[in-house]
Every structure is written in structure tokens, then in C-alpha cells.
Design a protein around this ligand. Structure first.
Ligand code: ASP
Ligand code: MG
Length: 430
């Protein structure tokens, strides 16, 4: 859970730099020199219209993946500090190249690393949190040039150590820049033209959303919709920054992520209680069976998992009353083997039981701010899932979502059926 107080907000309300717009371009958008020139042209246009731009960029294309793979060739479990040092070079290439492309087009531009741009983080290499963004270096830079080009996904800690914010973290950099400079909107340019009712690569009838609420977007991002980094949405909600997710290949409007106006929220309850459907096939289910049904057993198991840094998502337990109990939970798939290894010795200590992992699962979720207050949605969801012959293995709910776990082989069919059942397709009822 995200929490705590972060001092990234501008010290006074309103923009610190007159006419400033905040943009972010992802890896695909700066994937080669031609695309970098296109981004430069778009920024040049903004400058010609009298704007200043604080632009955050990711590493080119799949650079970060390649850097991580290279590190792994030298060391099976690379040191996190060195990995951050390596990964951060990707963004340093793209900020310098974009600045050069801008200068070539006659635009005054300057690149800044995360540290140079005032990003102070904690010391958690590989998943550092932003503690503070000092707006002064960006304000100063934007007095001297028209475009400040900021390296996404990086900062430095109180000891001056270089840190990264977690994969996909450039979105968070961009939102933090907007918050720190008092800009109301952060435009995130990407390779899709917005946020969809579900993954349009899987379901061609998926519809683009005009707006989506922060809470819904947070759920969808956490559930694996890759369009925005979850932490960026969390920052945006906290600091009231509107996010405009849009295509870097067109000038069309994309999707606005913001707090929904009350009236609209009320209307949604009747019209369209479900905003989106997410499918996540990156988790495994761990079943713990035949453990003694006595106080403290769950505490022992989950404390051990916590101590080993295995983050647990859904948890269910069998009906009490028997002398033996069973429980199941989900973990990221790449931690499944570790979870089993952690739980096994605990079972020996507490007097028996067995543990096994099922990696062939999918988690399907419906998301919408009105879900908690609209009756009948669970039944409709379960009906649609049953309709494709899938058995529901686990269920969890919150105010804004209902999730079920099913066998992975039903994932796509079930997704299509649920999307259809809630009338989310472009041709469906609205
Ligand atoms: N380049 C980093 C990554 O691939 C950060 C980002 O693109 O947002 O994770
Ligand atoms: Mg991204």
C-alpha cells in the first residue's frame, strides 16, 4: 500500500513557470531517431505557441530490458545498486538525443538527469520512492531555455546514490514534475491513443474511454493494464494532477484520468457501473492444505512470506470447524517457487500440511467506482465466467472491483464474455 507524506507539491498554488506544459514520452515514442525528431517537432510547435515545456522521456525502445539482460549475463542476481547505475543510462541517452534534436530544430533545450532535476528519493534501489522534488533547478533551467528534458525513472537519495523508481517509473517522474511545478495537467504520450475498457489487443471491440476516475485507473494499473505506472496514478490523485493519456503518433484527444464529477459518478451507477475489465496472467496460486486449524497458523505463514519479501495478493481460507484447514493465496508468478520454499519449513514447525503452486491461473477483474453500491454485478460476472465453462477458484471484492481467479486456459474467452456481458464493447449497449 502506498502511504506516508511526500513533499513533492509546489510550495505555492499555480504554475511556477508561466505557460508551462508537462509532457512525457515513452520508450516506443522515442524508439529511433526518426521518432525522436517527431517528438522534437511536436515540442517545437508548443514553443512556437509561446509555451515552455518540461518533458520527461523514457529509454529508447527496449533499452532497459536489454540492459537488465546484459547485467544478468555477468551475474545471476545482479546487485541492485549496480543495476540502477546501469538502467539509468538508458534515459540519459534519450534525454541527450532529444535535446540535440530540439537544438537542431532551433529550440533552446537542455537535458537533466533525475538528480539534476531535483528528484530526492529514498534509498530503495530498483523501487525508490520520491521524497521530494525541488522545483528550483527546473525553474532556473526554464528561465534559460524553452524545453527542459528530464530523465524519467531516476533520482538520487540523501547520500547522492543514483536510484531508479521501478520499471515503468517515467510516468511517475512526469506526474511529480507537474505536481512540483504546480501544473494542473500532465500529458503522457504513448503508443496507444488512451485507456480502453479492456486490452484492445485481446478484445478488438474494446472501447476507448473519454475519462476515467483515479481510483478506477489505480485498480486497472495495479491489475496489469500497462498503460500507466500504478504509482504515477497514486501521485496524480494525491496532488490533484490530471493525466491526459494520448498517442504520440496523432493529435487526437486520448483519455483523461481525473476525479469524476459527482453528477457523472451518480449517473454511472445506473448506466454503466463497470468501467473496465482487466486480465492478469502474471500470478500463481499457492495452496496450503491440511494445516492444523488453530490460532496463529495464518500469522506464522504470512509473517514468513512477508519476511522473505514475497508480496501476497488474494487470500482465501476454507470453512472453519474441521481439525485441518486449508488456505490459498496468489503471488507474482516469478515468486511462486520461493513462496513454496518459504512456507514448507513453517508447515513442519506447526505440525503438518502440504504446499503446492499452480502457475496456470488468470485473475479477471471488473472495475468501477460504483461497483460497491450496485447490486447484482457479482452474479452477472459469475454467470459470464460460467458461460465459457470456467470454474471460479477464488473471489475477492473491494468498493471498486470484483476479481475472480480461473484457470489460465479460459482467460481470453472469459475476458470476452465478461466484457460483452457488461456492455462495454464499441457496439454494445451503453
Ligand atoms: N525505461 C524504464 C523502463 O523501461 C522506465 C520507463 O520506461 O518508464 O522501465
Ligand atoms: Mg511505460
Amino acid at each position: 500500500m502506498e502511504g506516508g507524506s511526500h513533499g513533492i507539491v509546489a510550495s505555492r498554488p499555480g504554475p511556477l513557470v508561466p505557460g508551462l506544459v508537462v509532457h512525457k514520452y515513452g520508450g516506443t515514442s522515442v524508439g529511433d531517431l526518426e521518432r525522436i525528431r517527431k517528438v522534437a517537432t511536436r515540442l517545437q510547435r508548443a514553443v512556437q505557441h509561446g509555451r515552455k515545456v518540461a518533458v520527461t522521456v523514457s529509454a529508447m525502445g527496449h533499452t532497459t530490458d536489454r540492459l537488465v539482460a546484459t547485467a544478468r549475463e555477468l551475474h545471476a542476481r545482479p546487485d541492485r545498486r549496480e543495476l540502477d547505475m546501469l538502467m539509468a543510462t538508458g534515459e540519459q541517452v534519450s534525454i541527450a538525443l532529444l535535446s540535440l534534436a530540439l537544438q537542431d530544430q532551433g529550440v533552446r533545450a537542455r537535458s537533466l538527469t533525475g538528480a539534476q532535476a531535483g528528484f530526492l528519493t529514498d534509498g530503495a534501489f530498483g523501487s525508490a520512492r520520491i521524497l521530494q522534488v525541488d522545483p528550483a533547478p527546473l525553474v532556473r533551467t526554464l528561465e534559460q531555455v524553452d524545453v527542459a528534458v528530464i530523465a524519467g525513472f531516476q533520482g538520487s537519495d540523501a547520500n547522492g546514490e543514483l536510484t531508479t523508481l521501478g520499471r515503468g517509473g517515467s510516468d511517475t517522474t512526469a506526474v511529480a514534475v507537474a505536481a512540483a511545478l504546480g501544473v494542473a495537467e500532465c500529458q503522457i504520450f504513448t503508443d496507444t491513443d488512451g485507456v480502453y475498457t479492456t486490452d484492445p489487443h485481446l478484445i478488438p471491440s474494446a472501447a476507448k474511454l473519454e475519462r476515467i476516475d483515479y481510483d478506477e485507473m489505480l485498480e486497472l494499473a495495479a491489475l496489469g493494464a500497462k498503460v500507466l505506472h500504478p504509482r504515477s496514478v497514486w501521485y496524480a490523485r494525491r496532488y490533484g494532477v490530471r493525466i491526459h493519456v494520448r498517442s504520440s503518433f496523432s493529435f487526437h484527444d486520448g483519455t483523461i484520468v481525473s476525479a469524476l464529477p459527482r453528477a457523472q459518478e451518480a449517473a454511472m451507477k445506473t448506466d454503466r457501473p463497470v468501467t473496465g475489465v482487466a486480465i492478469d496472467t502474471e500470478h500463481a496460486r499457492i495452496d496450503v492444505v491440511g494445516v492444523p486449524d488453530v490460532p496463529g497458523v495464518a500469522a506464522r505463514i504470512f509473517s514468513a512470506l512477508g519476511a522473505a519479501n514475497v508480496n501476497v495478493d488474494m487470500i482465501i481460507q476454507g470453512v472453519p470447524g474441521n481439525s485441518r484447514q486449508q488456505m490459498s493465496f496468489t503471488v507474482p508468478r516469478d515468486l511462486a517457487a520461493e513462496a513454496v520454499d518459504v512456507v514448507r519449513p513453517v508447515l513442519t514447525e506447526i505440525g503438518g500440511g502440504d504446499v503446492r503452486a499452480d502457475e496456470a491461473i488468470a485473475k479477471l477483474s471488473i472495475v468501477g467506482v460504483a461497483i460497491g453500491s450496485t447490486p447484482g454485478l457479482a452474479g452477472r460476472l459469475f454467470d459470464a465466467v460460467a458461460g465459457v465453462g470456467a470454474n471460479i477458484e477464488m473471489i475477492t471484492t473491494s468498493e471498486v472491483r470484483i476479481s475472480v481467479v480461473i484457470a489460465k486456459r479460459f482467460a481470453e474467452q472469459a475476458l470476452a464474455a465478461v466484457h460483452e456481458a457488461f456492455g462495454l464493447g464499441r457496439n454494445g449497449p451503453t
